[in-house]
Design a protein around this ligand. Sequence first.
Ligand code: 1HN
Length: 346
Amino acid sequence: MNMPIENRAARDAYYRRIAGRQLTPLWEAMSALVPERPRSPAVPHLWSYDAIRPWLMESGDLITAREAVRRVLILENPGLAGTSAITPALYAGLQLILPGEVAPSHRHTQTALRLIVEGDGAYTAVDGERVTMRPGDFIITPSWTWHDHGNDTDQPVVWLDGLDIPLVRFLDCGFAENYPHETQPLIRAEGDAAARYGANMLPVDHVAAPGAAPIFSYPYARSREALVRLAADAPADPWLGHKMQYVNPATGGPAMPTMGTFLQLLPAAFATRPYRSTDGAVFHCIEGGGECRIGDVTLAFAPRDTFVVPGWATHAFRVRERTILFSYSDRPVQRALCLWREERLA
Ligand code: 1HN
């Protein structure tokens, strides 16, 4: 029987010959293709709002929202350079809309979320209904819904955009089109969706369908009140503090099919135990401030800062004052595929 011994030169010559036929040897790639545990190419990183704000405002002197379509500075993970991604599956950006501006109507199969960072009273119109934006509000733009934004206030308005752009690109299911006019017609009064689906009731003939929530806005005042109420009586989870997820009120499932969204309260002087999960997450500090230790990196965050924790990276929080963090990840996708894992460490 033939017993080959390692001959590097012979193997390399063979790889070059088969490469011409678009063939590559699995045995050279095996450990990278099937790693023992996730090794995310994403790295921990923080974007300080105070540091970024001047650059964002400067973009307002260079291009209008109309010309830009969306005037956004992308938060690109340093470990994913050139991909416009903050984690392998997700995108993040900070969008600026100045007084009097309109960001024209379009739709795409990518799902978007907004977390309002600065400014009070701009609006987004989704599927024929306007939603007013206030700081801390969480607003969704489901896949393939027409959406345009406007700012009728006298102050700049900034929000954090989260989209599933890299995921949709990976799956090759991106479609997009512009609305024939700058804005879409409003066919329902503001507050219609919230009344119909967001008051712990549903229309009597409603048939729950899979997909994004039928409400577009989760006002911060209500979400915050719930967390503050819980924190007053219930013990904090040692790993997560008081952490809630935003849901589709018609199904109890996640607010959007591709992105999980969370709001978390960490009491004053609280330190969480180390935790990791397979979904890398984008965090945004709404109130308070502290530190997130991720492996040997420590990120110090203040209100309006955004930071990213890569998937399966062990991390722990330490806060001074009561802190409220918004976060989003691809958890619903991982769960639907039975891939999601978490680990609570000592
Ligand atoms: C988009 O439609 C928005 O509607 C924001 O505000 C960011 C990034 C890429 C593609 C579409 C928005 C986007 C986007």
